[in-house]
Design a protein around this ligand. Sequence first.
Ligand SMILES: *[C@@H]1O[C@H](CO)[C@@H](O)[C@H](O)[C@H]1NC(C)=O
Ligand SMILES: *[C@@H]1O[C@H](CO)[C@@H](O)[C@H](O)[C@H]1NC(C)=O
Ligand SMILES: *[C@@H]1O[C@H](CO)[C@@H](O)[C@H](O)[C@H]1NC(C)=O
Ligand SMILES: *[C@@H]1O[C@H](CO)[C@@H](O)[C@H](O)[C@H]1NC(C)=O
Length: 248
Amino acid sequence: MASLLVLLLPALLSLAFPSAFGQPAAPAPAGAPRNLTAILVKGGQYTTLIRLLKETQLDQQITSQLNNSFNGLTVFAPTDNAFNNLKPGTLNALTQQQQVALVLYHILPTYYSMEMFQTASNPVRTQASGNDGVYTVNITGTTSQVNISTGIDTTSITNTLNSASPLAVYSIEKVLLPYDIFGAKPPASSPPPAGEKPGKSPVASADSPGSAAAGSGGSNAGVSLKKGFLGWSSLVGVGLMGVVVNVL
Ligand SMILES: *[C@@H]1O[C@H](CO)[C@@H](O)[C@H](O)[C@H]1NC(C)=O
Ligand SMILES: *[C@@H]1O[C@H](CO)[C@@H](O)[C@H](O)[C@H]1NC(C)=O
Ligand SMILES: *[C@@H]1O[C@H](CO)[C@@H](O)[C@H](O)[C@H]1NC(C)=O
Ligand SMILES: *[C@@H]1O[C@H](CO)[C@@H](O)[C@H](O)[C@H]1NC(C)=O
């Protein structure tokens, strides 16, 4: 009996502590993948998102933010299919600032495991912001399903691409469309009723939440989005200069 135990003991121990017995150890936390682009490349169906991250230089911002923040990040990664299913021309109709905001809208400034979504307190802040403050999403989760809604569209997490803290990356089948960009159009975009004098509606900016982002060319939109960047970038440092210069 005792000898059987002696025979079994190493096997039992090796189950409990594999690395102690020369088997491949689990990757150390320090080596946890933090390179978003590499994670997306490996995923194989995120070329549009990778291109946007590169064009906006947000890939670099994310790398340095991950290096400097204790909270980690959560990224919702729309597949190429998701981008292809947008109405034709949607991306091209956005200013570069809006493209940056769109990408940032897919990033939460905190690491969320799948379990943590179940207790997320809505609305959840994203990295994007504009005239009306931080853009938010609502997240509802059960053990089997996590939904993300923007007020414009709703989608579910279909796959976990990276779960190791500090960087959670989840695949989604729709591009998250921020209400602040794709919601109500400013009154100016509809033809004024006949007979109305243009000077008669000075309140356009006060009652049109969509005007900031609807691409009507208003200078307010640019300023406020830039403020959004800068707020975000204070975590990140001078690396942002590149983005701002590029955008301007
Ligand atoms: C991240 O991964 C991409 C793709 O594999 C690579 O081109 C890039 O150099 C990596 N960045 C860093 C900071 O390691
Ligand atoms: C991360 O931070 C450390 C020290 O804080 C620094 O030495 C290293 O260069 C940084 N790496 C990146 C990719 O920013
Ligand atoms: C997610 O959305 C689907 C379809 O809209 C719905 O049936 C489901 O109940 C939602 N689940 C959660 C956890 O909100
Ligand atoms: C998000 O959740 C908040 C709080 O539950 C709610 O007031 C708001 O209407 C929701 N928005 C959307 C777009 O679902």
